[in-house]
Write a protein that binds this ligand. Structure first.
Ligand SMILES: Nc1ncnc2c1ncn2[C@@H]1O[C@H](COP(=O)(O)OP(=O)(O)OP(=O)(O)O)[C@@H](O)[C@H]1O
Ligand SMILES: [Mg+2]
Length: 252
């Protein structure tokens, strides 16, 4: 029997029939989708459709009323905080504003998760930070306070901090929102660089050029369900689908 050399369709994360209400508002009515190893999956949908709740649920910051959230085949919904700490080492959430501590330098911000969650020695930490900053064109900002950086630089440093633990999955919540074209392209490059290393990602955005620049597949969340998932080519072949209409700014 011949086995394939690599399994391109390995599933690293999966939502199964995820349902969640806030008060009387049923936001997720059975959301199901799969994230494959090494892919970047775009998650689109209008404001308030529940995209950020989906991302937060992937690190256990929200729990569904019913349904499963699988990370590498393990349902994280019943996990306690201690177990979720282990999940959060594998799955990084990139906060919208970078979520950096203004009272610490950029270097201290980057060192913080390594000191808190690993046994790395200080010289290894320094090496990791130096390499990461160099890789993403951020060298020279080590001693600066995040407050002194532009919004675009803060987002890029925030992204760097999110991935310093070398996660297998990265969740991006509108990482290019409000950025100028220069910083938007730099963020796209960071995402593509991580993808080239085999990191899987979910990319929530309203920025269609960035979605098409970095995503392998795109999914549309609408009225509580994933309505469609497809590659750009598949989208273009279905000009009247909900997903294509959404992307083109037409009424879905
Ligand atoms: N903690 C909460 N308490 C009450 N309602 C909430 C809470 N979190 C989310 N919601 C509601 O759930 C819905 C989905 O919210 P979510 O933030 O996931 O939307 P979104 O798709 O990310 O929107 P946007 O594109 O504007 O960021 C919204 O109607 C929101 O009001
Ligand atoms: Mg959101």
């Amino acid at each position: 029997m011949t086995a394939p050399m690599t399994n391109n369709s390995e599933i690293v994360a999966e939502f199964k029939d995820f349902r969640k209400s806030f008060g009387s508002k049923e936001v997720h009515k059975g959301v199901s989708f799969q994230l494959k190893k090494g892919e970047c999956l775009g998650l689109l949908g209008g404001s308030g459709q529940g995209k950020s709740v989906i991302l937060r649920s992937l690190i256990g910051l929200e729990k569904p009323d019913s349904g499963q959230v699988l990370i590498e085949g393990q349902d994280i919904v019943p996990m306690n905080e201690e177990q979720l700490i282990e999940i959060r080492k594998k799955v990084a959430y990139v906060f919208q504003n970078g979520a950096l501590f203004d009272s610490m330098s950029v270097y201290e911000n980057l060192a913080y998760p390594l000191r808190a969650h690993t046994n790395m020695q200080e010289d290894e930490i320094r090496q990791r930070i130096r390499e990461l900053l160099a890789e993403f064109g951020l060298s020279g900002n080590e001693q600066v306070s995040p407050a002194a950086l532009s919004g675009g630089m803060q987002k890029r440093v925030g992204l760097a901090r999110s991935i310093i633990m070398q996660p297998k999955i990265v969740l991006y919540d509108e990482p290019t929102a409000g950025l100028d074209p220069y910083n938007t392209i730099r963020i796209q490059e960071m995402i593509l660089r991580l993808k080239a290393k085999g990191v899987s990602a979910i990319f929530v955005t309203h920025d269609m050029p960035s979605a098409f620049a970095v995503c392998d597949r795109i999914a549309l969340l609408f009225e509580g369900r994933i309505q469609a998932v497809g590659t750009r080519e598949q989208l273009e072949q279905q000009p009247d689908s909900k997903l294509t209409r959404f992307v083109r700014g037409l009424e879905v």
